[in-house]
Structure formats: C-alpha cells, structure tokens
Design a protein around this ligand. Structure first.
Ligand code: GLC
Length: 464
C-alpha cells in the first residue's frame, strides 16, 4: 500500500508531544512491513535548519488569498519526508499558538493534498492526524468522482480531542474554497462553529484514537461534542494503543544514562543512575524513594495534583524531581517547593532528552495523574526502565498499566486519589521490597513494541 501520513509534527524534525513519536514510528513500521509510507509536514522555522532537497513549488489558492508552497524533501531512517514551505505561515518561533493557526493549517492541508497530485503520488490511504490535517478527507469527498484521490481511502487518528480546530462557518468557503449547505455545516458543528476535527470524523472512511479505553470514553455522552459522530462510525471507529520506540528507550544500551542495566542488574544500575540524576539537578543524592515527573506542565497532565501530593512524598521520606515546561505558575510552584524542601524537591524547567532518560532510569516511581489521557507514552517508557508508574485510571493509562503488577492506578482526579496511589507505592517500597522488585521486572519485560499496533492499523486499512 502507498500511505501518505499528513500531520503537524513528527520525529525527528519537529515535536511538541506524543503525536511526533507516533507519526514517525508508524511510518517506519509501515515501511518495514513492505509498504510505502511518506510523511508530509509544515516547513517550520526549526526544520529550516535541516538539510533538505528542493522538490517543487506551486500556487495554493484560498479564496482571494494566493500563496506559494515550496516543497522540500529529506529522508530519515528510510522514511521520506516532504515539508510544505511558506514563510508567511511557518517561519515563526513556535509550532502553534498563533491567532491564525486555523488559516495556517488550512493552507497546510490544501497544499499537502495538492502536492500529492503534483508529484503524482496516488496514495491508497491518506492518513491524517488531529485537527490540523483533519479537513483533508472532506476536501477529497467534496471533489466527488473527478477527484485525483477517488480511489484513496481516508483515515483520521485522534490524538487529542480537546483541540477541535474551530472556525467560523464561512471559513469553509473563505479558506478551503468549499461550497456547503446548512445541513453539511451542521454535521460538522461543535457549539455552532465548524470543527475540522469533526469534519475528519464525518468524512473519513475510518477513524482511530490511540487506545481502546479512550475510544470507549469518546463514545459516551457525546464527549467533546464528537461522541455521537463517532458512534455513527460503528466498527469504523477503533482504538489502537501506541507503542514505544524500543531502540531509543532501552536501558541495556542507552548511552544517555549513567549506567546501563537489564532486568537482572537493574538494582545496581538504577542506583548509579539515581546519583547521576540528582547531580544533573544540582542536588545531593537522597536516600529513600524517588518520584519523577516528566511532562508538559498543564492541567491535562494533572500537575495540580502533583503539587498537592509533593508534601506527602517528602513527609514520608521521599523526594520528587520534575522535568518539564508549560504553565509558568506551575514552574514557580515547583521552584517554591524546592526552596521549602531543599534537596528533596527539584525542577528542571525546559526539556532535555538526556535528563528525561536519566529520570526514567534513576526514578523509582513515575507520576502520571492525567485528567484525561488518550494514550500516553511516558508511562510505557517508565515501565521499560523499571520506574513504576502511578497513574490515573483513564484512557490509555488503563490499557497499558496493570494495577499492582507493573504500576499503580487510582481513580479520582483529586488529592484523595493521588494520595492513595502514592501511599500504596510508598508502602510497597518500605514494607515489601521483594514484591516491588518483582513488579519492576514485570514492567521492564512488558511488550510495548510498535509492531503490534502497526499491524492493527494495516488491518484496518485493508478492511476499508
Ligand atoms: C496526545 C495525547 C497522548 C497520546 C499522544 C500520541 O499527546 O494527549 O495521550 O499518547 O497524543 O498519540
């Protein structure tokens, strides 16, 4: 099959979250299974430093706007990447967060689609991701029988339903040159606005999200105003759990950690990694259980709960190290905690791959109290490093953690909930080290390979 993955981010070029891991890993797996997968991304400022080859340029019309798309190509681990360039939209400091994001990704979607026609890459499957490219299936269907893509099937994967790509009704015409009637617009409305995400749900041949439990959550009570549209898809809406890049995250050969280890040597290895981890935070190594948090610092990730429970962790002899950035007030609160509990609480504001690996390797417990979590990847990485996740029982966390076997799950999104989880972990650490070791071994042995997930995607592509 020829598969065109169209997304707003992908490793190794541009990343703000798990989406980037998924897109790249899937393309690699599709290729490994003998298919031909390409990835189409915006040519962001951060990507402009990468060495690329110019491919072609063409005009993209968005009603009265005329823009030129310049396309560049790069190859990484056998995967062909095509970058859609237009300085006006993409030469900016960040990937997203601009008032005209709707227009920027309208351009991206139109250009990505046109590009496939320009280079005559007739895909069997057009695989779009989240709101940024979700309009493409509608653009294709509205072209009807004359469409270049009339034989292609379209699949949307929802990574984060909280971002719906809301636009005014007339944007369908103003941005996408689409003429629609009221009924068509109503079908893709969320609170009286047109949603590109919902358009993707309605017009794609199949829709997926990134775990079975999240798929179930999305079809209950018209969640996010897309639930009913997903129910209508029937068997053409499924949840496929994400995997982990097993080469990148392997404690037995990871060159980013202080000492490599296996299931047999992890006690000694983790000890060395723990010392190194405290050092990288500029702190003296502490005895006792070490909790780590590697996360974007937003409410979705349950950061308020971590702040509350940190007192409990310190009271019971533990420490907490945080790696992440996001909301300024959360960073400040962790810094304040660091002053209140010197050496016991630390934060590294920002992101560093090396320190992330060091956290997984050095930590005993990994906090992940998300409010909602379509899949989550770091809990699986933590397991691979024998760092037991303490997570809220939601979405993909439910599907990837077995309570008291390879991690801990708690229910309520409040202090009582997280305190329960943390106390259980601490009891285990102090009272039953043998059981804890057994859980760590089980977590490290868990199969999180991408192959399983990619096979499910390919099966779905075959079916449609
Ligand atoms: C989003 C979700 C996360 C998921 C990731 C990749 O970031 O919030 O749960 O793992 O996408 O699918």
């Amino acid at each position: 099959m020829r598969i065109a993955l169209i997304a707003s981010e992908s490793n190794p070029y541009c990343k703000s979250g798990g989406l980037a891991d998924v897109v790249y890993s899937l393309a690699k797996e599709f290729n490994a299974a003998g298919h031909e997968a390409i990835i189409i991304l915006p040519h962001y400022q951060s990507v402009q430093k990468v060495e690329t080859k110019f491919v072609c340029m063409f005009e993209v019309t968005m009603n009265w706007r005329h823009h030129t798309a310049c396309i560049y190509e790069a190859v990484s681990e056998g995967v062909k990447f095509y970058f859609i360039g237009e300085d006006y939209y993409f030469t900016r400091h960040n990937l997203y967060g601009y008032g005209d994001d709707g227009e920027r990704f309208a351009f991206f979607s139109l250009a990505a689609k046109k590009f496939l026609e320009e280079i005559d890459f007739k895909p069997d499957v057009v695989h779009v991701h989240d709101w940024q490219s979700a309009i493409i299936p509608m653009l294709i269907q509205k072209e009807g029988n004359q469409s270049y893509f009339k034989k292609a099937k379209t699949v949307l994967t929802i990574h984060n339903p909280a971002f719906a790509g809301l636009l005014d009704d007339d944007s369908l015409y103003q941005l996408f040159n689409l003429v629609t009637d009221e009924e068509e617009r109503n079908r893709i409305h969320i609170y009286d606005k047109v949603s590109t995400l919902k358009a993707g749900i309605v017009y794609s041949d199949a829709v997926t999200t990134v775990s079975p439990t999240h798929a179930k959550e999305l079809t209950q009570g018209n969640a996010y105003e897309i639930g009913d549209a997903l129910v209508e898809k029937g068997a053409r809406f499924i949840g496929v759990v994400n995997g982990v890049d097993l080469d990148e995250f392997d404690p037995s050969k990871d060159d980013k950690i202080a000492e490599t280890y296996t299931e047999k040597t992890f006690k000694k290895g983790k000890k060395a990694c723990k010392t190194a981890l405290f050092e990288s935070f500029g702190l003296q190594v502490q005895d006792g259980p070490l909790f780590v948090l590697v996360s974007r610092l937003y409410e979705q990730k349950g950061i308020p709960l971590v702040l509350e429970v940190s007192h409990r962790i310190v009271e019971r002899g533990g420490s907490l190290l945080v790696l992440g950035s996001g909301e300024f007030s959360y960073c400040q609160s962790f810094e304040e905690l660091g002053r209140r509990y010197p050496g016991k609480v630390g934060i590294y504001v920002g992101y560093s791959q090396k320190i992330a690996h060091a956290c997984y390797a050095g930590g005993d417990f990994f906090l992940m109290p998300s409010l909602f979590e379509p899949c989550g990847i770091s809990q699986m990485i933590a397991q691979r490093y024998g760092c037991l996740p303490i997570a809220r029982d939601t979405g993909g966390l439910h599907d990837t953690i077995i309570d008291h076997e390879d991690g801990f799950l708690f229910h309520d999104y409040d202090y009582g909930g997280i305190r329960f989880g943390v106390d259980e972990a601490l009891d285990l650490y102090y009272d039953d080290p043998k059981k804890m070791e057994a859980m760590q071994v089980q977590a490290m042995k868990k199969d999180h390979s991408w192959k399983k997930s990619a096979t499910q995607y390919l099966k779905l592509f075959d079916q449609i």
